[in-house]
Design a protein around this ligand. Structure first.
Ligand SMILES: [Zn+2]
Length: 288
């Protein structure tokens, strides 16, 4: 699922493969881009901010994309997707760059990229260093009644978390996804664990939240369906996206994840659950 880590890795792949390449042919099949022609332009680099991708060209323009739930980019080889799904396709010296089913795609001046990013919170996967968990916690509690998972998903507060991390981080620290953010003690530590996880996965690959089977995208509760809780063996609960206040599905363990007047993020539980995850080696990971 495209989250901040996916986008950071995608930008790096595009940058590594095509940085400095000239576009020899350009097919824009998205009607909003029908009049755009990038052929002859040099691709100078790619960057991501939160879940937004920017591919920059030497004429001062950027191709901006947001993948939402299902969009993707194919980097290098010609795409095998049907033509109508290939909304934008660029032929470059080192291969082909194809936007497949990308729902948000537009071209803007590189100098105007800030009009997209100004309204977003700090970028979780910023290449120049991790954002400050204390600052993120302050942004989250600006709406103290917001449920934890809804607040973490709100890109205006913090940019990059998607459904995987907003299911699994509350599970890891034993806090209900419905707990109001203003009634959580240790919120900075909770945030720091999420930051460490997503930044580690941005560097190394699969969206693994468990630290087990590290080459896979093993997760605690995201996508667990009706399986028992992996920690206490109790019954997991699930709500579909139409049922939650934040409009995305959620899986949680009512026995492991506490709610109430005030609850504390259980950092000791987190240290045990993800003891094997390389995220624990990040400087930002909360120490005892
Ligand atoms: Zn449980």
């Amino acid at each position: 699922m495209p989250e901040g880590d996916t986008l950071r890795r995608l930008a790096t792949r595009i940058d590594d493969r095509f940085g400095g390449d000239v576009v020899t042919r350009c097919e824009m099949r998205d009607p909003r881009l029908a009049l755009v022609d990038l052929s002859g332009r040099r691709l100078v680099g790619a960057d991501a901010y939160g879940k937004h991708l920017f591919v920059r060209f030497d004429d001062g323009r950027s191709l901006h994309a947001h993948l939402r739930m299902s969009g993707s980019f194919e980097v290098g080889r010609p795409s095998r997707e049907p033509t109508w799904k290939r909304r934008a396709e660029l032929w470059l010296t080192n291969g082909r760059l194809t936007a497949v089913d990308v729902p948000v795609l537009d071209v803007l001046d590189t100098d105007d990229e800030h009009t997209v990013t100004d309204r977003l919170g700090p970028d979780l996967c910023a290449p120049d260093g991790a954002p400050d968990p204390d600052e993120i916690a302050v942004r989250l509690v600006a709406d103290p009644e917001a449920p934890l998972t809804g607040a973490l998903l709100d890109q205006h507060r913090v940019a990059g978390f998607g459904n995987i991390y907003v299911n699994d981080v509350p599970f890891i620290v034993g806090v209900s996804p419905f707990q109001p953010v203003g009634a959580i003690d240790g919120l900075s530590g909770l945030v720091a664990i999420g930051v460490a996880l997503i930044r580690t996965n941005a560097e190394r690959g699969p969206q693994n939240t468990t630290g087990r089977r590290l080459g896979t995208d093993a997760r605690w509760v995201h996508g667990a369906g009706r399986r028992p809780c992996p920690v206490c063996g109790g019954r997991l609960r699930y709500q579909a996206e139409r049922e939650t206040p934040w409009g995305r599905s959620i899986t949680w363990c009512p026995d492991c994840q506490r709610s109430g007047d005030r609850v504390t993020a259980d950092l000791e539980r987190a240290r045990r659950l993800i003891a094997l995850h390389p995220a624990t080696k990040q400087a930002i990971f909360p120490r005892r």
